[in-house]
Design a protein around this ligand. Sequence first.
Ligand SMILES: [Zn+2]
Length: 103
Amino acid sequence: MKTRKTPRRKCVGCGEQFDKRNLVRIVHSKEEGVCIDLTGKKNGRGAYICKNIDCFQSSVKKNALSRALGIDVDDDVSEAIRKEILGSKWKKVFFWIKKEYMK
Ligand SMILES: [Zn+2]
């Protein structure tokens, strides 16, 4: 039986590869600045990250997010993204994914 392959991307936090659908895309564009790309279709430099706040935080700590986006992710930017991740509907997804990881 053939299993359908979906594109895999590397998480900038933990460095593991995952199914694209299980990652969050963060995009940096000149027009909009840094934002979370829920559609996966925005223009700009993107970084993929697990739907997991721990990976986000380690990507900031390691400077991996800055490198991937080609900008300096300072405290203001990272705080804004963090708030967006935690404050949005992603929170539920994050929780669900965490449970999946623990299986
Ligand atoms: Zn990760």
